[in-house]
Design a protein around this ligand. Structure first.
Ligand code: HEM
Length: 452
């Protein structure tokens, strides 16, 4: 179903926010600089000055920012179909996310989400665990080399290998996969490019070339997988059919795969990198996780372990996502007049709600800036259903959340059973953290790995 574009996508953003408190900041740049360099502090300052709903100008867009769990709930549950995810992400990411699930709204979105359902059922998830474990152990063994070790690029490669196998049914070697990897990297750089024109010489152009390469690859892959019974996601999607029994087109399947890989890879890489950062600083927690895995009698977790047998690992995962949510802000644009707190908003108004801010609000969390996984044993997060919302919620709730949970826990359990991790240098905690496009220490986290 390639539906005609809905009427609301034709409109420009509503830029008249004169009745909302707040400030647009500097000409052109707006409040972008403060937001990018110290997002929590800059939001907190505005919250104290203007209250939970205020206007701002970020990354060249005027928007309303609404802070607190109740606004995340209103936008994500969207009980009156008032908010477009597509238009929320269109300006910054539309070219790169084209055709992805997040770029579809309402009925059309519901229809397309079905294409992916089979690939995320429990039986499929069990298969993915079996596919990923040997790749994780092989990669971790290759980390045992003397000399400098930087965690971020290494875990990125590890997850790329896992992704190639599980998403595409490919082993990562040879020039084709290298080219694919490069195309993804190029495209990612484009998401934060300042000048957003597809002109030769610009980062954005390189990123769009990356997108074009990916399209070529994925549009060709789909017909090859029709009628096959592989256990990878590409094969699942390629064989999904409409109610009339027709395959979805190569373009539709290919675009979903590109978005899926984008949504999956950097988010999980960021979560594992931040976990290694907090655990290198907190040897006691590291040991607790190691002992928990050891008590199972095997380093390779099974699918059924994940929910119940590793509660400390579960709390550590949740705490990492609380401290540094890989998707720090959730964007929507109104499609009709909307009441947001004390304010009425016109149609086509951009809104940002913020897991990044909500996850550290002092009125809910004890010592919000401190890594303390036990807060999830104390159930601090249960004070509001959207107080902890790293995966969003409602119709667009992350479809890969169990996959991410599984990949995070399997990797970390094997890592900590193989190595003790320590910082490589004095003074690495606290590090300068880069928040966008994904959280990671700016120095890419140099570590010493002590073989156990
Ligand atoms: C720690 C890792 C991850 C985090 C924090 C995360 C976070 C999110 C969030 C917040 C959304 C909703 C965005 C919105 O409503 O505006 C989302 C959507 C999505 N995520 Fe994830 N994600 C992660 C990993 C993954 C993985 C591993 C996959 C695939 C295997 C995936 C696939 C998707 C897809 C396809 C959507 C769009 C869903 C829809 O529009 O219906 N994500 N993710």
């Amino acid at each position: 179903m390639e539906a005609a574009a809905p009427e609301y996508v034709q409109h420009k953003d509503n830029r008249d926010l004169s009745h909302i408190p707040g400030s647009y900041g500097l000409p052109l740049l707006g409040n972008t600089f403060g937001f990018i360099t110290a997002p929590f502090d800059s939001l907190d300052q505005a919250y104290r000055q203007y209250g939970p709903v205020f206007k701002s100008s970020l990354t060249f867009q005027r928007m309303v920012v609404a802070l607190g769990p109740e606004f995340i709930q209103q936008l994500m549950l969207d009980s009156k179909q008032e908010f477009s995810a597509r238009m929320g992400y269109d300006a910054p990411l539309g070219d790169f996310f084209a055709g992805g699930l997040l770029m579809r709204d309402f009925q059309e979105h519901k229809f397309h989400r079905r294409i992916m359902q089979t690939a995320f059922k429990i039986d499929a998830m069990r298969t993915y665990v079996d596919l990923m474990q040997p790749i994780i152990s092989q990669q971790l063994a290759s980390w045992n080399t003397p000399g400098d070790f930087t965690f971020y690029p290494n875990v990125k490669t590890l997850l790329l290998d896992v992704g190639a196998k599980v998403f595409l049914g490919m082993d990562l070697d040879g020039p084709e996969t290298d080219a694919l990897n490069q195309a993804f990297l190029d495209m990612n750089e484009g998401t934060v490019a300042l000048i957003r024109r597809d002109w030769p010489g610009l980062t954005y152009h390189k990123a769009m070339n990356g997108r074009r390469k990916l399209e070529e690859f994925f549009f060709n892959l789909t017909p090859e997988r029709r009628g096959k019974d592989g256990k990878d996601m590409a094969t699942f999607f390629a064989n999904e059919t409409t109610e009339d029994g027709d395959y979805f087109s190569e373009k539709v399947v290919g675009e979903h795969l590109i978005f899926l890989l984008l949504a999956a890879h950097d988010t999980t890489t960021s979560a594992l990198t931040m976990a290694a950062y907090y655990l290198a600083n907190d040897q006691a927690w590291q040991e607790r996780l190691r002992e928990e895995t050891a008590s199972l009698g095997r380093a390779e977790l099974e699918y059924d372990d994940l929910g119940k047998n590793v509660p400390n690992l579960d709390h550590a995962f949740k705490e990492v996502l609380r401290m540094n949510p890989p998707v720090p802000m959730l964007m929507r644009r109104t499609v009709k007049p909307v009441q947001l707190g004390d304010f009425e908003l016109e149609p086509h108004t951009m809104i940002q709600v913020s897991p990044l801010y909500t996850h550290r609000m002092a009125e809910y969390w004890t010592n919000p800036h401190v890594f303390d996984p036990d807060r999830f044993a104390r159930e601090e997060h249960k004070q509001h259903p959207f107080l902890w919302a790293p995966f969003g919620g409602g119709a667009h709730k992350c479809i890969g959340l169990h996959f991410a949970d599984m990949l995070f826990k399997c990797t970390l359990a094997q890592l900590l059973s193989t190595y003790r991790i320590r910082f490589a240098k004095e003074g690495q905690f606290p590090s300068k953290i880069q928040n966008f496009p994904f959280a990671k220490p700016m120095d890419d986290l140099p570590l010493v790995l002590e073989k156990l």
